[in-house]
Design a protein around this ligand. Structure first.
Ligand code: SF4
Length: 281
């Protein structure tokens, strides 16, 4: 599996920490955001990701793991700012993940996965087992939810911390830069943002607390925060931004069972479901 290690990220949100990119084949086409609003599919990151996936940048998995093993103890780093856990599509490659978990020993990783983990499907069951073992060994994988309902389902597994997409209403208004090495310029004050978002749900439907990622509303970075590198009960939320209307549409749909493929033809958004129900009422 092709991978690129970057010793010092220039991304304004991660801050200057080591980051990596894993080839496109690691992504599960059933992910709600696959070719459908994923932040890594546009801009400079997308160009870099294509080069890694085509073998024009980066190197082998073994070389990558050697770079991680050489990091200082306690070092915070971000795995796969584009891409997912090793393994093609829905599958996690047990051997490659174990190599990475071993290399990460003593370091602090921020990792996310959109691979399927719910339901009786054998691949999902195996993914649960592998992720639980990785987290147990100190390689913190955050299960990525499409919305707070999905977050509750993932959190109920009890195997790993959970993050979720939130609607754009949670985002602090800003003039955003296309190139992520530049910080966004806020166009509302922290107080205005807090007042405006105070009435939005602060908990998932099952009562788990949602904390909005501080890098999305303040000058915090992953380097200064590090919350995603810790086991925790709180669900960290990322307000939809960029192509946020598209992201909201694909993540808010309720008429598709979670973890079934989203690359389907008859997809309806939440608004369309409500409109259809209103017509038949
Ligand atoms: S919550 Fe903290 S560690 Fe997680 S993405 Fe946001 S800034 Fe980074």
């Amino acid at each position: 599996m092709k991978n690129h290690f970057i010793p010092v990220s220039q991304n304004a949100k991660t801050g200057p920490i080591p980051v990596s990119i894993t080839e496109r084949a690691s992504c599960w086409p059933g992910c709600a955001l696959y070719e459908n609003g994923c932040y890594a599919e546009t801009g400079a990151l997308a160009m870099h990701w294509r080069r890694v996936s085509n073998g024009l940048a980066g190197g082998s998995w073994a070389e990558f793991c050697a770079r991680i093993a050489a990091l200082k103890p306690g070092r915070l780093w971000r795995y796969a700012q584009a891409g997912d856990l090793p393994g093609c599509g829905a599958v996690i490659d047990d051997t490659l993940l174990q190599m990475l978990v071993a290399a990460n020993a003593g370091k602090r990783v921020i990792a996310f996965t959109h691979k399927p983990v719910l339901g009786d499907d054998p691949v999902a069951a195996e993914n649960r087992r592998l992720i639980a073992a990785a987290v147990e060994a100190g390689f913190i994988v955050n299960l990525s939810a499409n919305n707070p309902v999905h977050a509750d389902e993932l959190a109920a597994l009890g195997i790993a911390p959970v993050v979720t997409v939130l609607t754009h209403a949670y985002a602090r208004s800003a003039i955003r830069h296309r190139f992520k090495r530049h910080k966004d310029v806020w166009s509302e004050t922290t107080g205005e943002w807090r007042d405006r978002t105070a009435l939005l749900p602060q908990h998932t439907p099952a009562g788990r607390r949602i904390a909005v990622c501080p890098a999305t509303y303040s000058d915090a970075t992953c380097k200064s925060c590090g919350a995603c590198a810790r086991s925790r009960d709180v669900v960290i939320g990322f307000p939809a931004h960029g192509a946020w209307r598209q992201v909201e549409a694909v993540t808010a749909a309720r008429d598709v069972p979670v973890d079934e493929g989203w690359a389907f033809r008859d997809h309806r958004t939440m608004a369309e479901v409500i409109a259809a129900e209103a017509q038949t009422a």
